[in-house]
Design a protein around this ligand. Structure first.
Ligand code: ADP
Ligand code: MG
Length: 683
């Protein structure tokens, strides 16, 4: 039995439960239920009410009912395959209980002659008699039957009865955990403690009561524990003392004056935030978040320049070679010969690589550009002062922390993401970092005109792009990505390519899931060099690459995408100073709801706003495939409906941080809710 105040019971193996053996354990493990705590979130979906009993004469055929009966006679057939039968009665009539594939001994045991037994199940009628086949709810103790029995979404091989039994067992043995929340927080949830809340959560009559105090408290616990871990990582990283960087602001001003454009206010503001961090004696761990095309690169390059001028090296990491090269080329123009920059590429031969590695080690390179290959073991820096990572929204908390550790103690970290996401999600996913946001787009940028078109009107679209091509412009043509079948995706892209190639001979190229990385880079490079006019592709066009000459994007089967995804795709164009257009194509007329969504996109070019609206309509799990991105999925909390709880958690964390409160009392909470590796460092 559990030590009543010990949370460890909840983390113990499922086999600790009575009646749960290896078989059930393995079945549950397949559902990612690995310990007792995981089972707490297996909630009833509905229930069967077996509380009311009737007399036999009042039974309704085909319904689940409860009766108390007396077994009168066993009818055990001599022939195999025939069922065992027990004839039973009450003062109003008779009923047969039928058992297929059963042992006589078992039947005798559960239905002893002459005793009052309560049974419950679906009532049948056969040869003029009521009958109950293979009754599962049978007991001399009627109180065990006359209950509300919860139904669960079942795991193969585990019956409803077993679930009820296991979960009741857990509920009855819940350790009584010492309260971790402050009084002020508890007040908001009518002072319900964790224990009571869990018990309420599992009651049949509470199914769907998301607004009740027990549910809200437990949802808050989830959010709060995530935020608390984030806060601890942040504190830990901030505590690391580093050599501060002395910035040469004169040089920075000269560089900015050299630009063809002036920085937006948000670019200036975020640069200032980064500069503050660079020149402080605490390590920077900062996220630069800004919509596609908001101009994050230049901000990061100025920060890199400042870092170099204070005597450190910088590494800039991009997700692909082509993007790394684009940043490198941009930097080469920007810095001319003033500082030493180098591109390390998977394609460079062994000798070239070796030279680069040597130069890095000898401090002869100021800024190195490349993919994640920069962080291979062999690469040593003489004096790394800043790591910049572009488009990294697929990194999890742990990976980020590891990266920060790897850079060494003098190394600041700046991450950039072009994925505007709702604020509640930003807090959840990036709460371990400081945040700089660019909301404003460069003034020169013209809004992308967005249209919708039925596929049957494809000729209008062709006419339109013909005109654009005559003007010297380039076109992206995105084919639908239908997840059910990669083959279909592929063939539909190929077909579209062939169709367009007939209309525009030698001006079309194709990129799809099967194109290998090297070919892909060549194709994208050729497109950049305007060697062809139309690029047909599935959705794999790289985030972040600047194709200033491409100004039209056609997205087929647009209802396959969420708004945020459409917005990101649309962001591939409109990066130069031409008028640009996005044409969303649909197979059939749009429903009212779909129209509403598409209108949001047509009317706004603000990724943050669009993502909020998208989340309201589709739920947060669907936004940009976050389900697969490794962020933890909340069991109860919901960033849409529990916005207030997210804000409350944020406020409470700030209060705890400001008062430098000891977080020891949260240890059980963190251990239970957040079993990430980072915790071992903290709790
Ligand atoms: P993202 O934030 O998506 O990474 P980029 O940094 O690639 O955006 O910038 C997109 C384009 O806008 C680049 O060609 C860049 O040179 C240009 N740009 C950046 N800042 C400004 C600005 N303030 N005014 C005009 N153009 C800018
Ligand atoms: Mg970018």
């Amino acid at each position: 039995m559990a030590n009543k105040s010990n949370y460890e019971y909840l983390l113990s193996d499922l086999t600790k439960l009575n009646g749960v053996g290896i078989k059930t354990t393995n079945l549950l493990k397949r559902k990612k239920i690995n310990n007792i705590f995981d089972l707490l979130w297996k909630l009833p979906k509905s229930y069967t009410d077996r509380t009311l009993s009737t007399k036999i004469k009042d039974l309704r055929i085909g319904e689940n009912q409860t009766i108390t009966i007396i077994p009168k006679k066993y009818l055990f057939p001599r022939v195999r395959n025939l069922p065992n039968r027990v004839s039973c009665f009450d003062e109003s009539g008779e009923i047969d209980c039928i058992f297929f594939n059963s042992y006589e001994g078992y039947v005798r045991k559960i239905l002893p002659l002459g005793k009052e037994i309560t049974v419950s199940g679906k009532i049948g009628f056969y040869r003029n008699k009521y009958q109950l086949t293979n009754p599962k709810y049978v007991s001399e103790d009627s109180s065990l039957i006359k209950q509300k029995h919860n139904t669960y979404s079942l795991t193969e091989g585990i019956s409803e009865k077993i679930y009820n039994k296991i979960i009741n067992q857990i509920i009855n043995n819940l350790p009584i955990l010492k309260e971790w929340h402050s009084k002020n927080i508890l007040d908001k949830f009518d002072n319900i403690n964790w224990n009571e809340a869990i018990i309420e959560l599992h009651k049949s009559e509470n199914i769907g009561k998301y607004q009740d105090n027990f549910y809200q408290r437990l949802a808050f616990d989830e959010i709060f524990s995530t935020f608390l871990v984030n806060s601890e990582i942040r504190k830990k990283i901030k505590k690391i003392k580093k050599k501060s960087k002395s910035l040469d602001i004169k040089k920075q001003i000269n560089l900015i004056n050299k630009l063809e454009f002036s920085l937006t206010n948000d670019q200036k503001k975020t640069l200032e935030e980064i500069n503050q961090d660079l020149s402080s004696s605490n390590k920077m761990f900062r996220l630069l978040q800004g919509d596609v095309g908001s101009g994050k690169t230049i901000v990061s390059l100025i920060a890199a320049y400042n870092t170099v001028n204070s005597g450190f090296q910088v590494a800039l990491m991009a997700p692909t070679e082509i993007l790394a090269r684009q940043h490198y080329n941009f930097a080469k123009k920007l810095f001319s010969k003033e500082i030493n920059i180098e591109l390390i590429s998977g394609k460079s031969d062994y000798k070239t690589k070796k030279i680069i590695l040597n130069k890095l080690d000898n401090n002869n390179i100021d800024i190195i550009f490349g993919t994640h290959a920069i962080f291979q073991k062999k690469v040593n820096f003489k004096n790394l002062g800043l790591i910049i990572i572009d488009e990294q929204h697929k990194f999890g908390v742990n990976q980020r922390k590891r990266l920060s550790d790897k850079g060494g103690k003098n190394c600041d970290v700046l991450l950039m993401t072009a994925t505007p996401i709702p604020r509640t999600l930003t807090m959840t996913m990036y709460g371990d970092m400081d945040l700089s946001i660019i909301r404003e787009k460069p003034k020169s940028r013209k809004p992308i005109k967005t249209y919708s078109k039925l596929e049957s009107k494809i000729n209008d679209v062709i006419k339109f792009i013909k005109k654009e091509i005559q003007l010297g412009n380039q076109i992206f043509w995105v084919c639908p990505l239908i997840e059910e079948s990669k083959k279909i995706d592929h063939s539909s892209a190929v077909k579209k390519f062939e169709y367009l190639n007939k209309l525009f001979p030698n001006q079309v190229s194709l990129l799809h899931g099967k194109t290998d990385i090297e070919d892909k880079e060549i194709i994208l490079d050729d497109f950049l060099k305007k060697k062809f006019k139309i690029l047909v592709s599935t959705t794999i066009i790289e985030v972040g690459i600047d194709f200033p000459n491409a100004n039209v994007i056609i997205i087929e089967n647009a209802n396959k995408f969420g708004l945020s995804q459409l917005h990101q795709l649309r962001g591939r164009v409109g990066r130069g100073n031409k008028d640009s257009a996005c044409i969303l194509m649909f197979k059939s007329n749009l429903s009212d709801n779909a129209k509403k969504r598409i209108n949001i996109l047509k009317e706004s070019n603000d990724g943050f706003y669009i993502s909020e609206e998208d989340m309201k309509i589709r739920g947060f799990g669907d936004i940009l495939g976050f389900k697969q991105s490794g962020i933890k999925n909340f069991k109860l909390a919901d960033p849409i409906h529990n916005n207030d709880l997210f804000l409350l958690a944020e406020k409470e964390i700030k209060r705890i941080e400001n008062n430098s409160e000891d977080i020891g009392r949260f240890k059980p909470l963190i251990k239970l809710y957040d079993r990430a590796d980072v915790i071992n460092d903290i709790a």
